[in-house]
Structures are given as structure tokens and as C-alpha cells.
Design a binder for this molecule. Structure first.
Ligand code: GRF
Length: 211
């Protein structure tokens, strides 16, 4: 069966990663369609980007739902109604729970601005500066119930320079994020991978497997 290449992108803020996905699709680098963008905040700057690209853009505020699970189930219904095959969290500032995760098993990606498992949670770049690491980076991972804890699909290292602030490091990491997210989505959609426990394993190509 052909992979469902319809993406649902969930945002809360400026949406630069969303913009990178739009650009990767427009340039032909990523064979996918963004079926819908959902923001939990009506003031998310990313909504202007998605509307400008002609993508259906919905505001679903978590404040209108009685519980986290009610909200997650409503997200899942909205995504399924648009035949979404892969959910991409792109600066979506909400913990997602079983109501969404179980509706899209191993079909939810998140991007995080550190080399996980270092510095999960908020302010990862500030955590990296304060810890004094010399290298940080970006991780794209499958979403599980554990915060920033699912199987790692793509990681890219980014140096921490002397004199870096959390802001300057964040800007350098962000450039790498914009390359890593389309790449990770392509890997997932191409389907030549499997999980062994929490390890994400790329299948060997038929050529390399026979040599
Ligand atoms: C990025 O740094 C991403 O890694 C993190 O939230 C930020 C979102 O930025 N999860 P943007 O909204 O995509 O510009």
C-alpha cells in the first residue's frame, strides 16, 4: 500500500519549521502534502504562513476542552477527518497523550532543539549553555508518552561557540532544524525502517544488502 503522504502540522508559535516544510515540498525535495495546520493558539505567527500557502489552517484551543484527553481526542478526530497519515509537531507547546498517540501509532514526529536525551523539555538551548556543553544540536523523534523520549529518527550536531548565548545558539540550531525535519519526514514516509525496542533502524537498501 502506498504511504499516506498527507501531513498534519501542529504549531503554537512562529512556525519557521512549518515554513521549512512548505519550502521543501514546493521545491520537490519532500514528496508530501500538508493537509492541515492546527494551532492551539490563535496568535501563532505560523498561521499566517500556512494561510499564505493556501493550507487549511485551524485554531483549536485546548482551553475549550474539559480535559487533556478530550483535547487530544479532538485533535485526532480533526486529523483523521482530513486523512492525515503523519502528524508533525512543529513547536507545538503541549504534551500529547494517549488520545492522540494511540490514534497515530508511530506516526507522530516531534522536533527538539538539543541532542536528546540531553536537555529535554523547555529552554533546551539555555539548558545547553548553562551546562557548558561544547556540542548541541537537533533531534527529530517519534512521539511516545514520555516527554521528548521517543525513538530517534534524525540527529544533527551543532557546535556551541565561545560567547554563545541561548539566543545565538538557538539561531544556529534552528538553521539545522530546517534541514533535519524535511529529511526525517522523508525517511518516515519512505517506510524503509523498523523499530527494535526504542532504536530506530534504517533498512539496508537492496543493493547494499546483496553486497
Ligand atoms: C523549535 O526550536 C523546535 O525545535 C521547538 O520549538 C521551536 C519551534 O520553532 N520544538 P518554530 O515555531 O518552528 O519557528
Amino acid at each position: 500500500m502506498a504511504a499516506n503522504r498527507r501531513l498534519g502540522v501542529l504549531i503554537s508559535g512562529r512556525g519557521s519549521n512549518l515554513q521549512a516544510l512548505i519550502a521543501a515540498i514546493d521545491s520537490g525535495q519532500l514528496d508530501a502534502t500538508i493537509a492541515v495546520v492546527i494551532s492551539n493558539r490563535e496568535d501563532a505567527g505560523g498561521l499566517e504562513r500556512s494561510r499564505a500557502a493556501g493550507i487549511e489552517s485551524i485554531i483549536m484551543s485546548h482551553r475549550n476542552f474539559g480535559s487533556r484527553d478530550d483535547y487530544d481526542c479532538a485533535l485526532a478526530r480533526a486529523l483523521h477527518a482530513r486523512d492525515v497519515g503523519l502528524v508533525c509537531l512543529a513547536g507545538f507547546m503541549r504534551l500529547v497523550g494517549a488520545g492522540l498517540i494511540d490514534a497515530f501509532p508511530n506516526r507522530i514526529l516531534n522536533i527538539h532543539p538539543s541532542l536528546l536525551p540531553a536537555f529535554p523539555g523547555l529552554d533546551a538551548q539555555k539548558q545547553a549553555i548553562e551546562h557548558g556543553v561544547k556540542v548541541s544540536g537537533v533531534t527529530v523523534h517519534l512521539v511516545t508518552a514520555e516527554l521528548d523520549g521517543g525513538p530517534i529518527v534524525v540527529q544533527r550536531a551543532v557546535p556551541v561557540m565561545p560567547g554563545d548565548t541561548a539566543e545565538s545558539l538557538a539561531a544556529r540550531i534552528l538553521e539545522e532544524e530546517h534541514r533535519a525535519y524535511p529529511e526525517a519526514i522523508k525517511v518516515i514516509l519512505d517506510g524503509r525502517w523498523r523499530l527494535e525496542g526504542r532504536r530506530f533502524i534504517l533498512a539496508r537498501s537492496p543493493i547494499s544488502a546483496s553486497t
